[in-house]
Design a protein around this ligand. Structure first.
Ligand SMILES: *Cc1c(COP(=O)(O)O)cnc(C)c1O
Length: 435
């Protein structure tokens, strides 16, 4: 039995499913999850000391590479000054100023400790500000495990959703409408019917939780215009895309200004930091200035903020995102080219340090298209890549991530391994609809 398997069996005794977040358990792809011993740059090593090129990067945060020396040194220094005070620090101001400078829509922000917490607070803020209850979300977008966001589509267009998790009361989801991503027509119809009761539209401007699907310009613009027209708030959940696809998130390249922005992942540089921000007018509704309550014992934690700030400083170096884009594009184009040579239908897309690869003929634009994905082929691909020492996300519905340490040499090495794997797959012709 491998050490990973031993650890997994032991973990299952004291932790449900052996993991502290479900996707880590490999349920979608089968097999034994790898227990990470340590990580450095683009690599991590598992319990058997097997080395992998890591294309998850902690699901986004590790954008400057694992155990980046600048980040580690700053964190160590900060830890020596104490771990948490429950009183304000200058570090929090520096962090807020940095984010306000870089994200066009944010004049003020609050720091919290997880993306879920930030989304939950943003939703309350939008409801308190508009004095309305109804929220619109889109199928396939993930906004953390907030009760009212664990909702699947109802039976009709503007009908309310149903809980997608046990333990969520029906009436908690009864204010959430779930619509199809990238479908402006459905959104317009819904606003026409009940626009004056809609508190917010929340979306991932590039959806990273159904692999990698771009919000179309026209769809994002329609959402913006409708929210303005009906006095609803537009919330961009940039927990994944913020400082990941571009310095100021998707909004900085799309020229669409949301009312509220939610950030997480990268802004903590690997420690628990998330944030939600908006215009002063909206943010001043929060306690202690206004009537909307929001708080947190560890919010703005000095050590976590230090990791985040140091990461944000590094990613502002010249050409940081240009290089990420170049390398993620090289990876995706390389994989698609190899697949083509082997007569395997694949396509892909990327931006900055984020990418998606699909066993599909053309890029999907919504959830119902992505679920046509050939899972059997993906799972085979995933496990063969793992054997080769390349760790992609253990689910066909998750995006991939690179760091600034994933240079051309690492990408070339990965592509060589992809070539071996796709060659094997095309020879074995494992699934009849592979080609
Ligand atoms: C990861 C993620 C969240 C949840 O963040 P956690 O820190 O895991 O709670 C919310 N929204 C999006 C878009 C995410 O990718």
């Amino acid at each position: 039995m491998s050490l990973n398997e031993e650890l997994f069996n032991r973990a299952k005794k004291s932790i449900p499913g052996g993991v502290n977040s479900p996707v880590r358990a490999f349920n979608a792809v089968g097999g034994i999850p790898r227990f990470v011993k340590r990580a450095n740059g683009p690599y991590f090593w598992d319990a058997n000391s097997k080395k992998y090129i890591d294309y998850i990067g902690s699901w986004g945060p590790a954008i400057v590479g694992h155990a980046n020396p600048e980040v580690i040194e700053a964190v160590q220094k900060s830890a020596h000054n104490g771990l948490s005070f429950g009183a304000p620090t200058e570090l929090e101001i520096l962090m807020a100023e940095e984010i306000c400078k870089l994200v066009p829509s944010i004049e003020q922000l609050r720091l919290v400790s997880s993306g879920t917490e930030a989304v939950m607070s943003a939703l309350r803020l939008s409801r308190g500000y508009t004095k309305r209850d109804i929220m619109i979300k889109f199928e396939g977008c993930y906004h953390g495990h907030v009760d009212a966001m664990l909702v699947k589509a109802g039976s009709g267009l503007s009908t309310f959703g149903k809980p997608s998790s046990s333990g969520v009361p029906k009436n908690f989801s009864s204010h959430t409408i779930v619509l199809e991503y990238n479908n402006s027509e459905f959104l317009e119809k819904t606003f026409k019917e009940i626009g004056s009761s809609i508190a917010c539209v929340i979306l991932e401007p590039i959806a990273g939780n159904m692999n990698f699907i771009r919000g179309k310009d026209e769809f994002l613009k329609t959402a913006r215009d409708l929210c303005t027209k009906y006095g609803s708030t537009l919330i961009f959940d940039e927990v994944m895309t913020g400082f990941r696809v571009a310095k100021g998130g998707v909004q900085s390249i799309q020229n669409i200004i949301p009312d509220i922005t939610v950030l997480g992942k990268v802004i903590g540089g690997g420690l628990p930091v998330a944030a939600f921000g908006s215009r002063k007018e909206i943010m001043s509704c929060l306690s202690p200035e206004g009537p909307i309550y929001q708080a947190g014992t560890l919010s703005g934690n000095p050590v976590a903020v230090t990791a985040g700030l140091t990461t944000l400083k590094i990613l502002q170096k010249p050409n940081f995102f240009e290089n990420l884009s170049k390398n993620s594009n090289k990876l995706v184009r390389g994989i698609v080219e190899i697949a083509k040579e082997k007569n395997i239908k694949m396509c892909g897309d990327s931006l900055g340090g984020m990418f998606g690869i699909f066993f599909l003929e053309s890029l999907p634009t919504n959830y119902s298209q992505i679920i046509k994905f050939n899972n059997a082929n993906f799972n085979k691909f995933f496990h063969l890549m793992l054997d080769e020492g390349v760790y992609f996300a253990p689910s066909a519905f998750e995006a991939g991530f690179i760091s600034s340490d994933h240079n051309e040499i690492i990408i070339d090495e990965t592509l060589k391994k992809v070539k071996n794997v796709l060659e094997k797959m095309s020879k074995e012709n494992l699934s009849t609809n592979l080609t």
